[in-house]
Design a binder for this molecule. Structure first.
Ligand code: C5P
Length: 264
């Protein structure tokens, strides 16, 4: 039976991002688990998103603002979350020519997000330009999205990548590393290999999380919270298993308990 001591510890940089509780090195596993769960606010309005946040206040401290919510609500929803003392993962998956992505990074730098995604598929020069733009004080830490967790091997082959998803993830991870980006988004199927490649300081964020007994929705490369943590994920992104649950706070609490004690 695995114990909380098997959870990989946060790196100093992850502690810096995760906030004071972790910086103080507290051993309370439920507090540490809170720094490892990001709830995806995939909602069409700030009102709907904040209604869910109200239910999770006190249980969760990280929230993901993705394209759906950001395009609808803009920076104000980030400010609202920050005013409540919550941390924001801004998942815009930027993917354009280097100059445009660098400009986009500069445009969102002051919004107050702690993490921001770019697509590794944009190439090393694009990622390097983004990293330079994010090298100013107060800018979010960048995460390179590798292969979407919704894609399976045949779909990847259909867009011209005949290699297995894991091969492509590691290829993109090396490019990200070369560009100076040590944070990745990848599925739990590749997170162990990514951890080996990137080392203990890398921030590896894993979506495609499905607690036992919950539906796949449109995800393909999935794992339970315990599996993802045991394989080396730093943080988990969970959307519908929490947001669509009959009792979101209870669903989040169950995931936090699994993160804290990932029995294998
Ligand atoms: O509802 P569900 O748990 O599937 O939500 C997963 C979230 O993680 C979504 O907001 C999706 O945009 C995001 N994501 C993902 N796969 C990636 C990167 C981000 O599913 N590779």
């Amino acid at each position: 039976m695995a114990t909380a001591t098997k959870i990989p510890h946060l790196s100093p940089r992850e502690r810096e991002i995760a906030g004071p509780a972790s910086q103080q090195g507290r051993l309370d596993p439920s507090r540490e688990a809170k720094d490892r769960l990001i709830v995806a606010l995939d909602f069409p309005t700030a009102e709907a998103a904040m209604a869910l946040v109200d239910q999770l206040q006190g249980t969760c401290r990280w929230f993901k603002v993705g394209m759906e919510l950001y395009y609808a609500a803009g920076n104000s929803v980030i400010e609202t979350l920050r005013q409540r003392g919550l941390n924001v993962f801004l998942d815009l998956k930027l993917h354009d020519i280097p100059n445009t992505v660098a400009g986009a990074v500069r445009s969102v730098t002051s919004a107050g997000a702690s993490l921001l995604t770019i697509h590794a598929g944009g190439g090393e020069r694009m990622m390097r330009a983004a990293a330079e733009a994010a090298s100013v004080p107060g800018a979010p830490r960048l995460l390179a999205v590798t292969v979407l967790t919704s894609l399976d091997a045949p779909e990847l082959a259909a867009v011209g990548v005949p290699d297995p998803p894991a091969t492509q993830v590691l290829r993109l991870a090396r490019l990200a590393q070369a560009a100076g980006i040590d944070g990745l988004v990848c599925s739990a199927e590749e997170v162990a290999a990514a951890r080996e490649l990137m080392g203990p300081a890398a921030l590896l964020v894993t979506p495609g999380i499905r607690p036992a007994g919950t539906g796949a929705n449109d995800q393909s490369r999935m794992a339970t919270p315990a599996q993802a943590i045991a394989r080396g994920a730093s943080m988990l992104v969970v959307g519908r298993p929490i947001t669509q649950a009959a009792d979101p706070a209870q669903a989040a609490a169950a995931i936090l308990a699994e993160i804290a004690t990932p029995a294998s």
